[in-house]
Ligand binder design. Structure first.
Ligand code: C5P
Length: 223
């Protein structure tokens, strides 16, 4: 129906940062708040979808009407996403750590008795968006990614679209230190293989509602 354009659809949303352990008390992370991803999960639920939100560590509440799975690391996020498949739509809004320390120390690293600062050696994390977009058996009908870009936003987003194999990239222009990360507003460009839609700056909740409406249209046009 018009007010529930995603009725009966299964949607997976990833949100927030990941925490990659260095030792039992330390981790690598980033400044993602989860606000945009959580707002998308809530908007998809409001549009009638059955939503699973896979969230890294955030300080905001679980959205209402959504099944939320809490994870810490990229590998846990991927496992939770794969366990949630099949889905009609996947929206990867999480700021997944690209790298993790190659092994988590079993004990806290100590300053005492160590002359030299420790070296962190990093290995690449799995790419959740790419895994979904290139899934051999359970690829969601629509796979949507995000991109935080500082220059030639649309060109970079289009290259990312091809590299990952997804259907749509929501590119945030983060060039002017506009406070997008952690803030309540977002300026986005929707980049698909065929075209670009640039939206004015608006609250993340409104980006979420409009994005869900656009995704419902694209899904409908898809069959
Ligand atoms: O190029 P980059 O990896 O930064 O692309 C960002 C997009 O890829 C976002 O949608 C993000 O959620 C997704 N991503 C992911 N797993 C990773 C890295 C990025 O799902 N390990």
């Amino acid at each position: 129906s018009a007010d529930k354009p995603l009725a009966g659809k299964r949607v997976i949303v990833t949100s927030g940062p990941t925490h990659e352990p260095i030792d039992p008390v330390r981790y690598l992370a980033n400044r993602s708040s989860g606000k945009q991803g959580h707002a998308i999960a809530a908007a998809a639920a409001a549009a009638g979808a059955q939503v699973t939100l896979v969230s890294g560590p955030v300080s905001i509440p679980d959205p209402q009407g959504v099944t939320t799975i809490h994870v810490e690391t990229a590998r846990e996020m991927l496992a939770a996403v794969e366990e949630t498949l099949p889905a009609d739509i996947a929206i990867c809004a999480a700021a997944v750590a690209d790298w993790r320390p190659d092994s988590e120390g079993a004990q806290k690293m100590k300053k005492e008795g160590n002359k030299q600062a420790p070296e962190l050696s990093l290995v690449e994390n799995p790419d959740i968006l790419r895994t979904l977009a290139q899934h051999h058996t359970l690829r969601p009908t629509l796979v949507v990614g995000f991109a935080a870009e500082t220059e030639t936003v649309v060109d970079h987003a289009r290259a990312k679209l091809e590299r990952k194999g997804c259907d749509l990239i929501v590119a945030n222009d983060v060039s002017h230190a506009t406070g997008i990360m952690g803030g309540d507003h977002n300026t986005v460009h929707l980049v698909s293989p065929a075209d670009v839609e640039s939206w004015e700056d608006m609250p993340k909740t409104e980006v979420a509602a409009r994005l869900v409406a656009r995704i419902a249209e694209i899904l409908k046009a898809h069959r």
